[in-house]
Design a protein around this ligand. Structure first.
Ligand code: NOJ
Length: 738
């Protein structure tokens, strides 16, 4: 095959409109041009076609006979097939049995690890630790690339403000600034410095765009938002992904402004290509193209294919619409060959960048696979990442940490012993049997002489309370009770929206009754979305949000419960008091009638406070932090502006700890109304007991700009209030004028 391509380069060396791209050298662009002249239309459409293998599926259609499609050059990409040898066999068909020998690209949802599973992305974002997120992505890539994969359908960069939407677990939560930082870190981790490094994967920013704004939190549902909020809130993480050098984009299932995204020229061409200059390729989500028929934007699949390709979709995942109809469209002049060539070029670029033309089997080495998957080092990082993802929501009278020399601990709850539920959704090749449950983690941490009694008490769902008395009896004998409750792993993720976000089944009742017997009740939560904890908040001495913490989760939970490590996590998403407050997020606007408890005609509820139960950025430690008075110095020169804000932060408690120091901006008056607070800086500060440090933030034009009335980005003159503290209610304030 290499010889073929070499000859083609010589034969075609004069032609190429494309000098080079972010992904390829001039030489490689020429080689792609040469290949394009050699390819038949059917082979080109093959490069634009992605089919799932029969290993796995994440949607309704399973296509049989994909091996035959590879052989005939009609499928250039495969997903849900993994392991070095399995993919080698498929690659061999493409390379040795097709006319041009173009290698396949193999994709998979490596979302929070491949075999070593890290906390779900929302949980990992609670660490606010970007180098850590980069490292876990790097390990995910290392394992997956060793298992024959080239491409991850990650990171999920959707901003999500509706906890009913099950996919909040996959992203970075509600905030743009934090979301951008995590997006960038994960892309760096997956893609490394150079995609040609065979331990990296090409990443995919998804789901473009505004998928998280689904009405009523119902998955796949209609999105209707203004261009302003699209550009201010939902698009920035995608732009950040391009700036970080991402190679691929995935369209979302939803419509935006009446146009399903897989047929949305404005998003896919005007913004993504023309404004942002993206040079990689765009794939649909699953059967996104054929779904445009039920969306009601086209009458049939053939028209859907025409709409998608002209809007800017390069690769059809699973719908087989390009496969079935593109040839005919080109023949009839409905789709220009130049557009097909452009799409194929963008796909081949990434194959080149991955080094697949140089050696298509470079990801298919069995020894490399054995040496790089689920290693002790990877597991150690999983434990560390899980620890940092945990958020301590309540700790009345320092209920935590527990002592390891406790004589009798009752571990209760339907999730206490579960290994499977440590994984969370989108767990790649992660396996339940590899996971450390909370019970096992506790057993490993506690003194050997201690008695641990375990009982589930209730099931996750259902009305059965018959086992509660036995759980209460065990708890009566214990010195403290750890109750592990939450949602089953598949109650969040894709197609997992809920209208109620309280603890399902009788779990709250179990907690209430355990509390009534007067023992210390420590609640550990396993879940993928913000829960309404109003009905348990007064029945727990401590609440530890553990999300789905991954393979080593049980050890990480025990590390925190017994005080080997002080909690550092801070919520990346608001926890409401009730589902009726949704959508609720910290950077709301003031309205013309801001909340006034003494005035009925202000913006509020009759039956509920406006405040969330736990605000964005919130999380307790085993120590406390106090903040000094912030100061600001400004520097302005022609066309430039920076404000430096400093504040002294002190560990005012008795043990060392880490604070996530957060800075929020309020631009008081703008040509369009501004949120009351916007996160514009954060720093992780480690402090010994009694220690103080001065933390400094620099705010430049980028941080202080917004989308003005005329839809251009920029700063406007006026007053800026700056708040600094340990969560989004931060009260230390300083102001400056611009
Ligand atoms: C559907 C999901 O929406 C998407 O996130 C995923 O990458 C694809 N299926 C492939 O599994």
């Amino acid at each position: 095959m290499r010889k073929n391509i070499f000859l083609l380069i010589i034969a075609f060396s004069a032609s190429s409109l494309f000098a080079q791209s972010r992904w390829t050298t001039e030489e490689e662009e020429k080689a792609i041009g040469a290949l394009l002249t050699e390819m038949t239309l059917v082979e080109k459409i093959g490069q634009m076609t992605l089919f799932t293998s029969d290993w796995d599926q994440t949607g309704p259609t399973l296509r049989e006979g994909y091996q035959e499609d590879i052989k005939t050059g009609r499928a250039g990409a495969i997903f849900n097939a993994h392991t070095a040898d399995y993919n080698r066999d498929l690659q061999r068909i493409a390379v040795e049995e097709t006319r041009l020998g173009i290698p396949l690209i193999f994709g998979y949802d490596v979302v929070h690890g491949y075999r070593t599973i890290f906390p779900i992305p929302l949980g990992e974002t609670a660490s606010w630790n970007t180098p850590l997120a980069e490292e876990t992505a790097r390990i995910g890539a290392r394992e997956a690339a060793s298992a024959g994969l080239h491409w991850t359908f990650s990171p999920v960069v959707d901003i999500a403000r509706d906890p009913r939407w099950g996919r909040v677990m996959e992203g970075n939560g509600e905030d743009v600034f934090l979301g951008n930082a995590m997006t960038e870190a994960r892309i760096k981790g997956y893609q490394g410095k150079d995609l040609a490094d065979p331990f990296t994967l090409v990443a995919c920013a998804k789901h473009y765009a505004a998928y998280g704004a689904a009405q009523a939190g119902r998955d796949y549902h209609t999105v209707d938002i203004s261009e302003r909020s699209l550009r201010e809130t939902y698009l920035p993480p995608f732009k950040a992904a391009i700036d970080a050098g991402i190679g691929t984009f995935m369209t979302s299932f939803n419509e935006v402004d009446g146009q399903p995204v897989s047929g949305n020229y404005h998003l896919l061409t005007e913004i993504l290509r023309d404004e942002w200059g993206f040079e990689g390729f765009v794939v649909t989500d699953y059967t996104g193209i054929s779904e445009m028929v039920p969306h009601g934007i086209v009458a049939n699949e053939a028209d859907a294919g025409e709409l998608a390709v002209t809007a800017g979709v390069d690769m059809d995942m699973q719908a087989a619409v390009y496969y079935n109809y593109l040839e005919q469209h080109v023949a009839e002049g409905k789709v220009e060959l130049a557009r097909i060539d452009q799409a194929v070029r963008q796909i081949l670029r990434i194959k080149y960048a991955l080094g697949l033309f140089e050696d298509p089997y470079r990801y298919n080495d069995m020894e490399r696979q054995a040496a790089n998957i689920f290693t002790p080092e990877h597991r150690a990082t999983a434990r560390l990442a899980a620890r940092e993802s945990l958020v301590l929501l309540k700790n009345e009278n320092n209920a935590l940490p527990l002592t390891k020399s406790i004589s009798h601990l009752a571990v209760i709850g339907p999730l206490a012993k579960s290994q499977e539920d440590m994984l969370g959704a989108w767990h790649g090749d992660g396996r339940a049997e590899d996971c450390v449950s909370v019970l096992t983690g506790i057993q490993a941490a506690i003194d050997k002489a201690a008695t641990i009694s375990y009982l589930p008490g209730v099931a996750i769902e259902g009305d059965d309370e018959s086992d509660i008395p036995a759980a209460l009896a065990a708890a009566r004998l214990a010195d403290a009770v750890v109750v592990v409750v939450g949602e089953k792993w598949n109650m969040s993720g894709e197609a997992a929206s809920r209208t109620s976000i309280t603890l399902p089944g009788k779990q709250a009742e179990l907690i209430r009754q355990l509390h009534q017997i007067g023992k210390l009740v420590i609640v550990v939560l396993l879940n993928g979305r913000p829960l309404d904890l109003t009905n348990i908040i007064d029945h727990a001495d401590a609440i530890l949000e553990a999300w789905y913490p991954g393979t080593e989760g049980g050890h990480a939970v025990a590390d925190i419960l017994f005080g080997d490590y002080a909690p550092v996590g801070k919520l990346p998403i608001t926890f409401p008091r009730s589902v009726g407050q949704v959508p609720i997020y910290y950077n709301m606007k003031n309205t013309g009638r801001p909340y006034d408890p003494n005035n009925k005609y202000t913006s509020k509820y009759l039956d509920e406070s406006n405040d969330p139960l736990f605000p964005f950025g919130f999380g307790l430690s085993y120590t406390t932090f106090s903040y000094g008075t912030p100061t600001v110095t400004k520097e302005a020169s022609t066309g430039d502006f920076t404000a430096t804000v400093s504040i002294e932060v002190t560990n005012s408690g008795k043990r060392s700890g880490r604070e996530v120091v957060q800075l929020y901006v309020h631009d008081l008056v703008g040509s369009v109304t501004r949120p009351l607070r916007e996160l514009k800086g954060f720093q992780l500060v480690d402090l010994a007991a009694g220690e103080s440090k001065t933390v400094e933030f620099t705010l430049g034009k980028e941080e202080l700009s917004f989308l003005r009335r005329d839809m251009t980005w920029g700063m406007e003159p006026g007053t800026f209030d700056i708040y600094i503290g340990g969560d989004s209610r931060a009260s230390q304030k300083v102001s400056f004028e611009y």
